[in-house]
Design a protein around this ligand. Structure first.
Ligand code: NAD
Length: 500
């Protein structure tokens, strides 16, 4: 497709579609076909500035909008999203490569998130505390921070945006969204839903991290940065935030363990394990990336897992009848291939997959891989792979599985597959992870806080914790009589103390 014939999308600032001050655009590529889908604005510091100012200008009125009206508008955003479901799901598929059937779910989860915070956001969550003297009243009040920069990755472009934007605006903040440069089109298509809000409450600036994201993090009108992405970028964002002591909420990478005990139905465990490892081509922050299987069932599990993995249907994510689409781009695929090569060179065996499918000559496809004979020194076990790879280690029992699961600098999620209450509870109590799944990997709950321990994150999204993340706290001390106080100047030294 010739670049000149594709649609050029604009930023969205103060309720208007505007071109970048840079005068530049960049191509957004379909990872399944390698064709250019559209052009988006290649924004720079001037656009970040305009968007942050627009958000600042809208914030005071938005904060003081009655809670019942705010809730109504958030529900309206959810309603319009549901009307747009098929359109948004198609765009998500075209730009991100997840199968359409998954993206229909993603749009519904986004709508559900706006509905959830429409209600949870109405609860002021402040409190009245005991005063220290008569005729006084002490209030603990929750206030918005102001303007939030929401910096989003490409793997769940709308969902991870909604986990920031819905609670942030429900709490009375206004936002500037910087979608991933790879998947800006779905967020821009949501402008229709965002029109349910006053102009300036949500603003969208597209472009690259260095050019558009960094200046946004440094902008004087941005009070807080809510970020989801890699640990490397998270560190950069913390450094940028430190320059002006801005607040941060960071959701970063994971390397989640998945334990399979000896008491499970093997075929059920295989299905759960394959979904946890390969969903969205393993490009999920909570993908299961390391498997620890009890020795006594390991042979059977590995044999069936490899067999099942070979049956997964890989192809055009628009469907029908595919389970897996492409990876997001050539760089991501090469990173995974390199990790597999290194593991093979160090003695690992690739039992299934790990190759580019011969019949798919265009697109960033890769066959899902089952890898055995791995050890805990390999990068495959120690670092986030973010690809369709399931490395499997044998363990003697639950103690060893827990020890290896914890031998990591990450702590996003963890899984166990067992019918033993004792195994499940021991693992849940002892493994460092922000979310622990027992027999049902990777499911989220809007009311359940989500986030990482250790280097996987700082702060939480979703649940009431996800709303509190976007609220500051003020203590108001009120003397409703307003008389002169005995502890003010001049001091009376006759008692030896200021107050009796
Ligand atoms: P990334 O860190 O490369 O980019 C994320 C976002 O940050 C993008 O919008 C990018 O443009 C922006 N960015 C990059 N450099 C920047 C800078 N210097 N200043 C400001 N913004 C900058 O991550 P990605 O490749 O888009 O996403 C994959 C990563 O995200 C994986 O590590 C994955 O585990 C993680 N992730 C975490 C969660 C979670 O909830 N913990 C969820 C999904 C993905």
């Amino acid at each position: 497709m010739a670049r000149s014939s594709v649609k050029v999308h604009k930023n969205w600032i103060a309720g208007e579609s505007v071109a970048s001050a840079s005068g530049k655009t960049y191509p957004v590529v379909n990872p399944a076909t390698e064709e250019v889908l559209a052009e988006a604005q290649r924004s720079d510091a001037r656009d970040a500035r305009d968007a942050a100012r627009a958000a600042r200008a809208a914030q005071r009125d938005w904060w003081h909008t009655p809670g019942v009206d705010k809730a109504h508008m958030l529900h309206r955003v959810a309603a319009v999203l549901r009307e747009q479901r098929e359109e948004l799901a198609k765009i998500l598929t075209l730009e991100g490569g997840k199968p359409l059937i998954e993206n229909r779910d993603e749009v519904e989860w986004v709508a559900a998130c706006f509905d959830y915070y429409a209600e949870v956001g109405r609860d002021a969550k402040g409190r009245v505390i005991a005063p220290v003297a008569h005729h006084q009243l002490n209030l603990v009040i929750k206030e918005p921070f102001g303007v939030i920069a929401c910096i989003v990755p490409w793997n769940y472009p709308l969902l991870l945006m909604s986990w920031k934007v819905a609670p942030a605006i429900a709490a009375g903040n206004t936002v500037v969204i910087k979608p991933s440069e790879m998947t800006p089109l779905s967020t821009l298509a949501m402008i229709r839903a965002f029109r349910e809000l006053p102009a300036g409450v949500v603003n969208i600036v597209t472009g690259y991290g260095k050019e558009a994201g960094e200046p946004l993090c440094l902008d004087d009108d941005v009070d807080m940065i809510a970020f989801t992405g890699s640990i490397a970028t998270g560190k950069q964002i913390m450094t940028l935030a430190a320059q002006n002591l801005k607040k941060v909420n960071l959701e970063m990478g994971g390397n989640d363990p998945f334990i399979v005990c000896d008491d499970v139905d093997i075929d059920t465990a295989v299905r759960g394990a394959a979904w946890a490892a390969y969903l969205n081509m393993g490009q999920v922050c909570t993908s299961a990336e390391r498997f620890y299987v009890f020795d006594s069932v390991a042979d059977k599990f590995i044999e069936r897992f490899a067999k099942f993995t070979r049956t997964l249907r890989i192809g055009n994510p628009m469907g029908p009848d595919v389970d897996l689409g492409p990876m997001i781009n050539a760089v991501q695929r090469e990173k995974v291939e390199k990790k597999l090569d290194e593991a093979r060179a160090a003695g690992a065996r690739i039992l299934a997959g790990g190759r580019r499918p011969k019949k798919l000559t265009k697109g960033f496809f890769l066959e899902p891989a089952v890898v055995t004979d791995v050890n805990h020194k390999m990068a495959l076990m120690r670092e986030e792979t973010f690809g369709p790879v399931a490395p499997i280690m044998r363990v003697k029992g639950i103690e060893e599985a827990i020890r290896l699961a914890n031998d990591s600098e990450y702590g996003l999620g963890a899984n166990i597959c067992t019918r033993s209450l004792e195994n499940a509870m021991m693992a849940m109590e002892n493994i460092k992870a922000g979310t622990f799944w027992i027999n049902d990997p990777l499911t989220d709950n809007d009311a359940g806080p989500f986030g990482g321990m250790r280097k996987s994150g700082m702060g939480r999204e979703l649940g009431v914790e996800g709303l509190e993340a976007f609220r500051d706290t003020k203590h108001a001390h009120i003397d409703y009589k307003g008389g002169r106080k005995p502890y003010w100047f001049p001091y009376d030294w006759s008692h030896g103390r200021k107050t009796e």
